[in-house]
Design a protein around this ligand. Structure first.
Ligand SMILES: [Zn+2]
Ligand SMILES: [Zn+2]
Length: 151
């Protein structure tokens, strides 16, 4: 089950920023690095702020929010509102994929787009509806929560 979460390849942080037409600043680099380091995990702005300030204690919270806004509007980062009102952020390079949301710990995991491709084909066969992009959100309990960390 955990192996189904997609792992995105590491990308050069500066190249990511430059290809979006952005100037490379230490703040932007750091935020992209944190999102890359999160792997298939999706972070809220607060998660990003927490990780950034662990490395650089002087880092301003409003700077993190401003950088996330900029990265989102320039397409480097995708913002999802999944299973609640809190926005989650991930690097856009991940491609088409689905989301698994843990109802206990609220973590969001990516699921490879290929997992549900057959579903799109089946819907098309049965309904004649030409299926375009399939983006699915699945709620449940993650492996860590199921292993009884809560007791
Ligand atoms: Zn969980
Ligand atoms: Zn995702």
């Amino acid at each position: 089950m955990t192996e189904q979460a997609a792992r995105r390849p590491a990308t050069q942080v500066t190249a990511v920023l430059r290809s979006a037409g952005l100037r490379v600043t230490p703040q932007r680099q750091l935020v992209v690095e944190v999102l890359q380091g999160a792997g298939a995990r999706h972070l809220t702005a607060e998660d990003v702020y927490r990780e950034v300030s662990e490395r650089y204690p002087g880092f301003n919270r409003s700077t993190v929010y401003r950088v996330l806004d900029l990265l989102t509007s320039s397409g480097v980062v995708s913002q999802h509102r999944l299973g609640g009102s809190v926005a989650h952020f991930e690097l856009t390079g991940a491609g088409v994929h689905h989301h698994l949301i843990c109802v206990d710990c609220q973590h969001v995991f990516d699921l490879d787009g290929a997992e549900l491709r057959e579903l799109g084909r089946r819907v098309q066969r049965r309904t004649g509806f030409a299926v375009g992009q399939v983006a699915v959100t699945i709620e449940g309990r993650c492996a860590a929560c199921r292993s009884g960390a809560s007791g």
